[in-house]
Ligand binder design. Structure first.
Ligand code: TA6
Length: 293
């Protein structure tokens, strides 16, 4: 996503500026090592472009920046649940307004920290006190960490994902390795299936891989690069592409949008909220993804 042409709201430092796209404020990072954008709506990374590279992150050309809808593309923060196990789908964090907590920079890059705390609005949807932080490190690589704190008097359970849309030159030529061999297929009644090691997509896919390797690789012959995705704090990795029919059914994705992205998601998966990860009062949990080319 091109952030350079967006109107500036305020300049915070040599490298960090607040810009605006329609109703959404975006923290824009411009550093010698890389540029990036993190929207306050959703705590949503919308761009990460190391110097001399195409963007690693895909954003839909028809994404809606009205400050209400979840942004299509980027890195949606799915929390406090992943999927459609409750409403709204993928939790409320991606539809909430986050606060900029701090930003720091040195020769290696910039760190931006955003926060979202429980509020009257969140308590109406999910009755628990929480404090979450999104720490985005923009260097030659992108590191996104979601730090979850239980500040309640009671334990609660959660799931979630960093639902990254990765930019590829041509989905039909991109080769994915490292997803592991076992997956739950959301397109086949959640059947557990044993699959191959190397994937080149030719149709829609929506799979929860239960034993991913420590590095997932996407070889992209068109953009002539290999993306490496390293996740931490996850229990599986989700692979998703809606293909033509799926793209046509979405109001915020061009029909051909599916041709140039692939979602590889650092996911803490659970079949229900109750079966999610338990966090006791005072405990912290971290979900992370590191992306490089
Ligand atoms: O992570 C894969 C998935 O859960 C798919 O089932 C697909 O629906 C996708 O996320 C996008 O969901 P969204 O609610 O953003 O349209």
């Amino acid at each position: 996503m091109d952030l350079r042409s967006l109107p500036v709201v305020s300049a915070l430092s040599d490298c960090v500026t607040i810009v605006e796209k329609d109703a959404v404020k975006i923290v824009r990072v411009m550093h010698d090592k890389a540029s990036a954008g993190i929207a306050l709506h959703g705590g949503h990374v919308v761009s990460f472009q190391p110097a001399g590279q195409e963007d690693l992150i895909w954003m839909s050309d028809t994404a809606i920046f009205d400050g209400k809808a979840a942004l299509r593309g980027g890195i949606p923060i799915c929390w406090p649940w992943f999927g459609r196990i409750a409403a709204p789908a993928h939790g409320f964090a991606r539809n909430s307004t986050w606060q900029l907590i701090e930003h720091r920079e040195n020769d290696n890059g910039v760190i931006v920290e955003l926060g979202l705390d429980s509020s009257e609005e969140s308590l109406r949807i999910w009755p628990h006190l929480f404090s979450i932080r999104l720490i985005v490190e923009v260097t030659e690589q992108l590191k996104v960490s979601l730090k979850v704190d239980n500040i309640d008097q009671q334990p609660w359970t959660f799931s979630g994902a960093l639902h990254t849309y990765l930019n590829v030159g041509d989905i039909k030529q991109a080769k994915v390795t490292g997803m592991g061999s076992e997956y739950i297929d959301s397109l086949q009644n959640d059947d557990v299936i044993q699959g191959g090691q190397e994937l080149v997509l030719s149709d829609t896919i929506d799979r929860v891989y239960t034993q991913p390797e420590s590095d997932i690789l996407i070889q992209d012959p068109v953009l002539q690069r290999t993306l490496t995705i390293t996740n931490h704090g996850h229990n599986c990795a989700v692979l998703w592409n809606p293909w033509l029919e799926g793209a046509q059914s979405m109001g915020d994705m061009p029909d051909n949008g599916y041709e140039t992205f692939l979602c590889v998601e650092s996911t803490l998966h659970a079949p229900s909220i109750e079966q999610g990860k338990t966090l006791h009062p005072g405990e912290t949990y971290q979900l992370e993804t590191i992306i490089s080319a």
